[in-house]
Design a binder for this molecule. Structure first.
Ligand code: F0G
Length: 429
């Protein structure tokens, strides 16, 4: 999607957006998405849909910074879990709902690993503009997310299969029944998700960081971030474009495999897409399915792969994969030194740590890790890591190569006896 900037008149400086802070009584100025309307002007401001998304924070975390190995530098965490449905998806959903209403849709559908569906269900429940239909893989969605879809009243279709199966199906069904599709194949979703970067810049007083590090699943965020920076640079609103690191879970590493190992590139819009098809054929032939504790990014066929390649070129990007152990350890460090996050989000911190150890990210750099989802989205993973022994962990989550919970904070079992309780507290504190 491209704008004719001569017609829509963008701001002369990003600092102009600060004027909106004085008009926070207006929902369109309060929204962390629509406050930046001039940079996603695909409908008039009077027609936007908002439920108060984007009130998120970008904060420095010295503790997590130390864990990643930054020395003189600064590590910031962008908490997208603070959105109304608890994940970054609300940024894109506000934009997709705005477009869906503009075209008169009465039903909206998505396939989801849980967060898109929670967001869609919430926007349906609050706005009453549309009926939500969501497709999820069986046994593939964390309870926090499933409970949201059910509670908000969306029609929930559980498919025998995983996210990649559900994604393929929802495309067919939406076409057949004329239902508006809100997965991130929808370009309006990405317009909304650009604003995550605008808020990062806002928090850093409009100075771009050296690095943005983001988990990669369906690759909507990374694509949206690349588009945001490319537009800002073209408009002369930022002095340089930060570098982008996209982090896959090792058990769902299509982007890592294709970009980092096999050298797939955007190539001026002529990426070698037959090579992608050949890779998918290999996956099918070997019966390889995405498999990671970071269920949000358990995806082998990312729908935005091509757009992400462009973002990686725009932002001189790199891709890494992180193990289950690295994800869970990083997640515990985010919990101990920040507001917490779900496993997929912690891939960003684990990836930053890897890149700093390699010397790709400098120890003095300014780095922003995007925490895409709230800590409470997946309590099973958190509790399994902290309070169980190895055998119990394996029983709950499967062994997954996690050998030790390096930062476990185990609950202490005591009898309901005053002396024993006091002794235990003295012993452990
Ligand atoms: N982090 C979280 C918490 C997510 O829910 C997702 C995607 C991602 C990262 C990956 O982002 O797709 O832009 O690369 N969740 C989707 C869903 C697939 O259905 O909720 P991406």
């Amino acid at each position: 999607m491209a704008y004719d900037w001569d017609r829509v008149r963008p701001p002369r400086s990003l600092a102009e957006f600060e004027q909106k802070w004085l008009r926070r009584h207006d929902p369109a100025c309060l929204s962390g998405v629509w406050r930046f309307h001039e940079l996603l002007p695909f409908v008039p401001l009077s027609q936007v849909v908002t439920i108060g998304e984007g009130q998120t924070l970008c904060q420095e975390s010295p503790g997590v910074g130390k864990y990643t190995g930054l020395e003189g530098g600064q590590l910031y965490l962008q908490y997208e879990g603070l959105n109304p449905s608890g994940s970054f998806k609300d940024n894109g959903m506000a934009a997709a709902f705005t477009h869906a209403r503009a075209v008169g849709a009465s039903r909206a559908a998505c396939a989801s690993t849980g967060n898109t569906s929670a967001s869609l269900a919430l926007y349906c429940a609050v706005t009453k503009l549309m009926k939500g239909v969501i497709f999820i893989g069986s046994g593939k969605i964390s309870y926090g997310k499933l409970s949201q879809a059910l509670d908000y009243g969306a029609l929930t279709v559980q498919i025998a299969g995983d996210f990649d199966d559900a994604m393929a199906r929802v495309k067919d069904v939406s076409k057949e029944l004329g239902i508006y599709l809100v997965n991130s194949v929808n370009p309006f979703r990405l317009e909304g998700q650009k604003t995550i970067m605008f808020r990062v810049l806002e928090a850093l007083r409009w100075n771009p960081p050296d690095w943005i590090v983001v988990p990669g699943g369906n690759l909507g965020n990374s694509s949206a971030f690349g588009k945001a920076f490319s537009e800002l640079k073209d408009l002369g609103l930022i002095p340089f474009i930060p570098r982008l690191a996209v982090i896959n879970a090792a058990g769902a590493n299509t982007l890592f495999e294709l970009y980092q190992r096999r050298g797939l590139r955007w190539n001026g819009g002529n990426a070698d897409l037959p090579a992608v098809c050949r890779y998918y054929d290999e996956l099918d032939r070997d019966h390889r399915r995405a498999d990671t504790i970071a269920s949000a990014i358990e995806i082998n066929r990312p729908v935005n792969l091509n757009k992400c390649l462009r973002a990686l070129e725009t932002c001189d990007g790199v891709v890494r994969e992180v193990s289950e152990q690295e994800i869970l350890d990083a997640k515990a460090q985010v919990g101990a030194g920040g507001f917490g996050c779900e496993p997929a989000s912690a891939a960003s911190v684990a990836g930053a740590r890897q890149l700093i150890a390699e010397g790709v990210i400098g120890r003095n750099d300014r780095v922003v890790c995007i925490l895409t989802g709230h800590q409470l989205k997946d309590p099973t993973a958190t509790v399994a890591y902290h309070t169980t022994d190895q055998a119990q962990f394996n029983q709950i989550l499967g062994s997954r190569g996690v050998k030790r919970a390096a930062f476990a904070n185990r609950a202490i079992a005591v009898n309901n006896d005053l002396d024993e309780i006091i002794k235990a507290i003295q012993l452990y504190s």
